[in-house]
Design a protein around this ligand. Sequence first.
Ligand SMILES: CCCCCCCC/C=C\CCCCCCCC(=O)N[C@@H](COP(=O)(O)O)[C@H](O)/C=C/CCCCCCCCCCCCC
Length: 207
Amino acid sequence: MAAAAAGPFSLREVLDAFRRCVTEQREVLLEPYLSGWRGLIRFLQSLGAVFSFISKDAVSKVALLEAHRQQHRFVSLQALVQHELAAGPAALRARPDSGCRTVLRLHRALRWLQLFLEGLRSGEPRTSVLCTDAYNASLAEHHPWVVRKAATVAFCALPSRDAFLEIMNVGSAEEAVAMLGEAIPYIGDVYGITQELFAKHKLLDLP
Ligand SMILES: CCCCCCCC/C=C\CCCCCCCC(=O)N[C@@H](COP(=O)(O)O)[C@H](O)/C=C/CCCCCCCCCCCCC
């Protein structure tokens, strides 16, 4: 399956995907989780070549997880974690292609997204400032200097807040802000469940 489906970005689709992620049993379903990421990546790809080093990394991580999902028929994130933990924590830590370490990278990026969307909703017009602040409070501590530098330079090329609200394809700026308000709790819920799961199994520092 392609990492990002065709067609313009729609925040509504991303919102729907993350809404579908969480079951009544508080499990995180992998299919909508990866679908949500594909929608986000489509957005990132539309921003131009300066962001391609970021979108390529996200595409490869989504593709790896999709392959794990299909190979083992995992329905949920919990099933993937249980399966990989069964080999023992040491074996899991030694695997550079594990689903757990890959989910962990996207999980940290989901925190960035949550903070960034909260910033966009707040009305701050400088998207590069919002993005840098969200990055510094989430992903930055896990990245080496060179990645931090490249990311911070790329953030300067972000479109304005008004352009962002328009690209969301949900109508007026007011409607876009309202949809952000709807989407953020779903993203926060997925983040919170994953954080708890990874903390419980001591997986938050997988190399
Ligand atoms: C309507 C507004 C919607 C906003 C839509 C935002 C779309 C964002 C789409 C994707 C986000 C990118 C996710 C990046 C995942 C990064 C995972 C990671 O940490 N990878 C690093 C570690 O991996 P391993 O080496 O351990 O395998 C890897 O080194 C990273 C390389 C690339 C740099 C990552 C910088 C991430 C910056 C945050 C995203 C900024 C996007 C700005 C666009 C608004």
